[in-house]
Structures are given as C-alpha cells and as structure tokens.
Ligand binder design. Structure first.
Ligand code: FAD
Ligand code: NAD
Length: 463
C-alpha cells in the first residue's frame, strides 16, 4: 500500500471541504482532499446549482407558454416545445464549468486532490480505495470530516424504478406525465413547481397540514396560492402508505383515515436528508453524536482532539453556505487564528415561486422579547408592479427598546437577492433608523426593505 503524509486531510470535496482546503492552503497549511465522487459535492453536482438551473429553464418555458395564450403585455408566440434532453445538457454544462473551476482553484492553491473513497482507520489515518483498485494510506495531523448527507428513503417505498430522489429528478431523460411528490419542503416544492411549469401533472403529498411547514404561515400563504394557480394538486395532512400492487399509483391516507390512490409515472420522495455517517469507518472513532449528526462545538471540533466536522454531517441547517462558512473557519483555527462559529444570522432561501427568505429571528422566535414587527407589501411597490410580481411582502422584526434589527423575512419574486442586505444589516448590528435613513435606489424591490423599517418606526411613506 502506498503511503502519504499531510497536515490537514479533508474527507469530502463538497462546499464545506473544498472551501476549507482553499483557505487552509492560502494560510500555508499542507492540505489533501479525498473525494469519492465529484468535486463540488451535492451542492454543485446534484443540489443547489442543478436545481436552480432547472428552475430557471422551467420559468422560461412557463413564460413562453403564457405568451402563447392571451398576453396582457401584447406578446404573442407559437405554442412552445421543450426538448428536455437539451435542457439537461445545458444544466450539465454549468455543473461541469463550476466543478472544473473548483478543481482549478484547488490546483492553483497546491491542494493535493485524491480521487477515491476514504475509510477511517483512526483519528490520524485514512485508507483510500483508488479507482485502479489500489489503496493509499494517508496520515495527517488534523482530520476534517465533510462527507455531507444522503436523501432519506421511505422504508416501504425505497428508491428505484419509479421512485426517485432529487438526483434523478434533476436529470430527466423524458418528462413523466404524472409526478407525485412526497414532501412539501424545500426540494418537493422547488422541483415540484419546476416540473409543473414544464407541463407535468404534479401532485404533492405532505404529512403536515400546510406547505413549507418549517416557515411561518404568513410567509407560505403566497406560495400556496401560487401552487394552486399553477394547478399543482396539494394533498396536505396526508401520509403515503406505499405503491399499489400494480406499482403505477401511490396510496395515501388523509387525517380522517380515508384512503385514496394517486396515479404516477414517477414518484419524487423528498422527505429530508440525513448525515452520511455509515460506510466509511466513522463509527471506529466513537465520536459523541447529536442524534444522527456528529456533535461539534462552536469551533467545529468533535469530541476527538484534532478531528473536526462541518456541513451536513453536523446537522441542521443543511445549507451550502453554512458548510462553506464552517470550512473557512476551521482552516483559520488550524492556522492559529481565534475564531468561533457564531453568526448573528443564517440566511435561508427557498427558491419556490414566489421565493421565500428568512434571515435572523421570525416574530414567533422573538415572541419572548419585546419587539416591533412591521410588514410592507409588494402590492405598494412600483418595481414589483412593473415586473408583474405584486404578491408578497418584506417584514422586519426589531427590539422595541433600542430598535436593533433581529430578523427579516420576505416572500416575493426575486427576493432571494434581498438576503444579502438582510444578512449584512443584522451582522452589522443595524437599527431600524439605519435602514430607514439609507437611500434605496428607485425603482427597486429593495425600497420595500426601507419601507418596512419606516413602517416599524411609524412613518412609512407609501402605505
Ligand atoms: P456535500 O456537498 O454533500 O459534499 C460531500 C462530499 O463528500 C461529496 O462529494 C461526497 O462524494 C464526498 N464523500 C462522502 N463520503 C466520502 C468518503 N468516504 N470518501 C471520499 N469522499 C466522500 N443548500 C443551499 O444552501 N442552497 C440551495 O439552494 C440548496 N439546494 C439544494 C438542492 C438539492 C436538490 C439538494 C439535494 C440540496 C440542496 N442544498 C442547498 C443543500 C446543500 O447541497 C448541502 O447543504 C451542501 O452541499 C452540504 O455541503 P457538504 O460539504 O457538507 O457536503
Ligand atoms: P425538508 O425537510 O425541507 O422537507 C421535507 C418535507 O417532507 C417536510 O415538509 C415534512 O413534513 C415532509 N414529510 C416528511 N415525511 C413525510 C411523509 N412520510 N409523507 C409526507 N410528507 C413527509 O427536506 P427536503 O425537501 O428533502 O430537503 C432536504 C434538505 O436539503 C433541506 O432541509 C435543506 O437543508 C436542503 N435544501 C435546501 C434548499 C435551499 O436552500 N433552497 C433546497 C433544497 C434542499
């Protein structure tokens, strides 16, 4: 067996792992990344980027379809067609460009990339099964665990055949006629909406009695209304019982116990993701766990000295920007800098139509504090009218005594881009007066941010 030595060994080249590697190399730390599949991990290959590409393609197709009907903008086109193979090829091109870019960045920073599956021997030693069936033993001073997560499988309806995860749903060769989506969370609604816009008959089955149950009701109302307008069939408060004997339908049961069947050419199961804790020797380290996740402190240290863990392996929120921020921090701590993972706010964006953004505390989370909450609707925003997107609002939560902003929420077309301003204002400790007193360009959706702050102060100008 060949042997190598390194200072920092990272298992997993996803957003957590590759960012940690780049930062460590910038700080002069000798670094090796072991990746068994493709650099970029879930995020670049089968997650964030491909899903946003497919959502964009579906939006464009839906727009063209609308113009083939009665358009109040006076635009008329022939009924559009979609060649889904070409769409997937375009999406794959973006993925290839980005994953190739990660490889180039790692090379530029002189990070050693080993292609193969890592298996932990002990806290300082890892064996890698290489593609030519040989093995490489790597010993290290610091071991960083960043292997990500896997989709949760329903035991009575495992993946295979018609039952697919987001991975297969992001690379269709043909579009199904009827798609049943299990789970009205992030993946179920982002991809369910995209498939509906591509002309597929979509039914969504959700155990809870509303869509996106992780977000507050007011925020999700415009999403539910839009799903209805698009013709997505919602089966809320329903549980999936399994496939019918013929396998071409899903049996569901509502809260009253009534059973029914939903015909399906394909079933997308999107009921959450679980940390990847099995199959690579993690158990041999006997680390302290937090449920199914590896337990970490506020520096991403595990219970074993010089063994670190980041990203989806460490639990919620399972978001790429959290993994990246943790990876960057761990590299800095190893280099001797004093860092702690204590973000004032962690943005969460759901790329539905309309989009939903939550940064910092929601009114419910701030319930124990004496807070002001104010909302400004896009129906009163000029820019929103000009882009035909008046559904939704911006909401701010601030302390009553000193007006410190604790949280922002928004729902509306394009509000994902407001997450930057929301995050910055909270990290910089802005007060309502800071946002209200900032000149916001006109006409922009961002004016609703200023107006929400003004409204919280009791003197909104456009409502
Ligand atoms: P991963 O990205 O999963 O990377 C882990 C890597 O480790 C993988 O490449 C894997 O092959 C490798 N690996 C695992 N075990 C081993 C081993 N033993 N040896 C060698 N290599 C190994 N998040 C957002 O913030 N925004 C979004 O819009 C968003 N959209 C998403 C859409 C979908 C469909 C999905 C599935 C997820 C989405 N996410 C999104 C979540 C995001 O992808 C994850 O939170 C993020 O990728 C986690 O990063 P990570 O580095 O922890 O793990
Ligand atoms: P999720 O946790 O967002 O949603 C799962 C949904 O399935 C929930 O609403 C839950 O109530 C429902 N559910 C669970 N079991 C069920 C059952 N048996 N029958 C019916 N409904 C059931 O999970 P997801 O959509 O699979 O996404 C996984 C993770 O990936 C997310 O939590 C997030 O961390 C990440 N992600 C993020 C983004 C983004 O940031 N825009 C996009 C996609 C995925």
């Amino acid at each position: 067996m060949n042997e190598q030595k390194t200072t920092l060994l990272i298992i997993g080249g996803g957003p957590g792992g590759y960012i940690a590697a780049i930062r460590a190399a910038q700080l002069g730390i000798e670094t090796t990344v072991v990746e068994g599949a493709e650099l970029g991990g879930t995020c670049l290959n089968i997650g964030c980027i491909p899903s946003k590409a497919m959502i964009h393609a579906a939006d464009e197709f839906a727009k063209a379809t609308d113009y083939a009907g009665d358009s109040h903008l006076g635009i008329h086109v022939q009924a559009p067609k979609i060649e889904i193979g070409t769409t997937v090829k375009w999406k794959n091109g973006i993925v290839a460009k980005l994953t190739g870019g990660v490889g180039a960045l790692l090379k530029k920073h002189k990070v050693t990339v080993v292609k193969g599956w890592a298996n932990i021997v002990d806290g300082k030693t890892v064996d890698v099964a290489l593609s030519d069936a040989s093995r490489l033993r790597i010993s290290c001073t610091h071991l960083l665990l960043a292997p990500g997560s896997l989709p949760v499988e329903l035991p009575f309806m495992p993946f295979g055949g018609r039952v697919v995860s987001s991975t297969e749903a992001l690379s269709p060769t043909v579009l199904p006629k009827k798609l049943v989506v299990v789970g009205a969370g992030y993946i179920g609604l982002e991809l369910g909406t995209a498939y509906r816009k591509l002309g597929v008959d979509v039914s969504v089955v959700e155990a809870v009695d509303r869509v996106l149950p992780a977000y507050d009701v007011e925020l999700t109302k415009p999403v539910a209304a839009s799903l209805k307008r698009l013709g997505v069939n919602l089966h809320l408060g329903c549980t999936v019982q399994g496939l019918t004997a013929s396998g071409d339908a899903v049996r569901i049961r509502d809260s009253a116990g009534t059973e029914s069947e939903l015909q399906a050419d394909q079933i997308l199961v999107a009921v959450g993701r679980r940390p990847r804790t099995e199959g690579w020797g993690l158990e041999s380290l006997m680390l302290d766990m937090n449920g199914r996740c590896v337990k970490i402190d506020d520096q991403c240290r595990t219970s074993m000295r010089d063994v670190w863990a980041i990203g989806d392996l460490t639990g919620e929120p399972m978001l790429a920007h959290r993994a990246m921020a943790q990876g960057e921090m761990v590299a800095e701590i190893i280099s001797g800098k004093r860092r702690h993972f204590q973000p004032a706010a962690m943005p969460a964006v759901c790329f539905t139509d309309p989009e939903v953004v939550v940064v910092g505390k929601t009114p419910d989370e701030a319930a124990g504090l004496d807070c002001i909450t104010a909302m400004f609707p896009f129906a009163a925003n000029g820019r929103a009218m000009t882009i035909e997107s008046t559904d939704g609002f911006v909401r701010v939560v601030a302390r009553r005594d000193n007006h410190l902003i604790l949280g922002w929420q928004a729902v509306g077309n394009g509000v994902s881009e407001l997450s930057t301003a929301f995050g910055q204002s909270i990290e910089m400790g802005a007060m309502l007066e800071d946002i209200a007193g900032t000149i916001h360009a006109h006409p922009t959706l961002g004016e609703a941010v200023q107006e929400a702050a003004l409204r919280a102060l009791g003197h909104a100008l456009h409502i």
